[in-house]
Design a protein around this ligand. Sequence first.
Ligand code: PNS
Length: 160
Amino acid sequence: MRRAIYPGSFDPVTYGHLDIIRRSACMFDELLVGVLNNSAKHSLFSAKERVEMLVKTTEEIGNVKIISFDGLLIDFMREQNISVVVRGLRAITDFEYELQISQSNRKVSGDTVDTIFLTTSVEYAYLSSSMVREYASYGTDVSAFVPDCVAEKLRRRFEN
Ligand code: PNS
């Protein structure tokens, strides 16, 4: 069975993430979406909330499983018996960071982990969770960037 993991913070999930999830789910028998639960990094939504939003927005894709993890990605992958990471590349600015992470994950895993990159669809190339959070914090409607249930959750999070 071909399995891969798409790891990230997903704080919150955007249409850009969903585009990568849909496209990579077609390439594997099972795609695990790994939600990083990093207590040292302040996130707007808890890992539980981020998982719930992902579960809801991917429910029509049969072979996707959402799970949160903490610690090192390669340790979690070993636990899950997965050796392929999927990441999205929006622009050249993402490339340097992603290259460094993928090469170090490969090295530290003893050359057992590979990363494949999907280029983000052009219509989502500018999109990021941090941008969505910032707009939402000023009360801007973000339904062009995220599914309605996520936009509603953001609206509630920032209402006074
Ligand atoms: O959506 P993000 O925040 O760009 O995702 C980054 C993520 C979660 C893929 C990356 O930070 C990660 O894998 N973190 C887990 C900890 C880890 O393995 N660190 C070693 C490489 S820096």
